[in-house]
Design a protein around this ligand. Structure first.
Ligand code: ZN
Length: 202
């Protein structure tokens, strides 16, 4: 299982980190060892002093494919979910400044929280509204209507480079409001009123 992630897919988030709004999806990946499931605790890694949460809508691949066209793209998605793309922001900033890949800031063990899944048919029509609560306060709110690149485009572009396999997961980007996590924080992700995951930071 591979996790594909999209950087800067909400304009307000690109701006909050002083990044230009992209004209093509920015793709990176995390290995299967990055997954953190079943609401397990997240342990702050010792190599970073500034780990950020990024709440994101997830797509689960239910049918493999490569070079998928946009009009067929959603047929390849079986489930929608919610998760966190934990990011060692200090390391990412250093990597970016040197023009290096940011793998170590993004793809480390347990950096990808994966919550419950909703089958695509079960999901009400229209955009997906989602949020992240930190210690019961809302810190991020998103609406997939605000995606720069919609799901169909992401699936089409990713599968142009990488064969999508059954069970692969796509993190579709985070809205504005990212911030640092601290020991003792409780993070809870919601789609609408439904709690999709929680994790305690240790
Ligand atoms: Zn992200």
């Amino acid at each position: 299982m591979t996790i594909y992630c999209i950087g800067r897919n909400y304009a307000e988030h690109a701006r909050e980190l002083n990044n230009p709004v992209p004209t093509e999806p920015i793709i990176f990946s995390k290995p299967a060892t990055a997954a953190l499931r079943e609401n397990k605790a997240f342990y702050l890694p010792d190599f970073s002093q500034n780990v950020h949460y990024e709440v994101e809508v997830l797509l689960k691949v239910g049918k493999p494919g490569r070079r998928i066209s946009e009009d067929k793209a959603l047929e390849h998605i079986s489930h929608i979910g919610l998760g966190i793309d934990f990011t060692a922001r200090d390391i990412q900033d250093r990597c970016k400044a040197k023009g290096h890949p940011w793998e170590i800031a993004k793809a480390f063990d347990h950096s990808a929280v994966i919550g419950d899944w909703i089958s695509r048919e079960e999901l009400p029509a229209g955009s997906i509204r989602f949020s992240l609560l930190k210690n019961k306060q809302t810190v991020q709110q998103g609406d997939t209507d605000d995606l720069i690149f919609p799901f169909e485009r992401l699936i089409s572009v990713i599968s142009g480079y990488f064969t999508l396999m059954l069970g692969d997961i796509i993190f579709t980007g985070t809205p504005e409001g990212v911030g640092q996590v601290h020991e003792g924080d409780l993070l809870e992700g919601y789609i609408g009123e439904r709690r999709m995951f929680w994790t305690e930071v240790r």
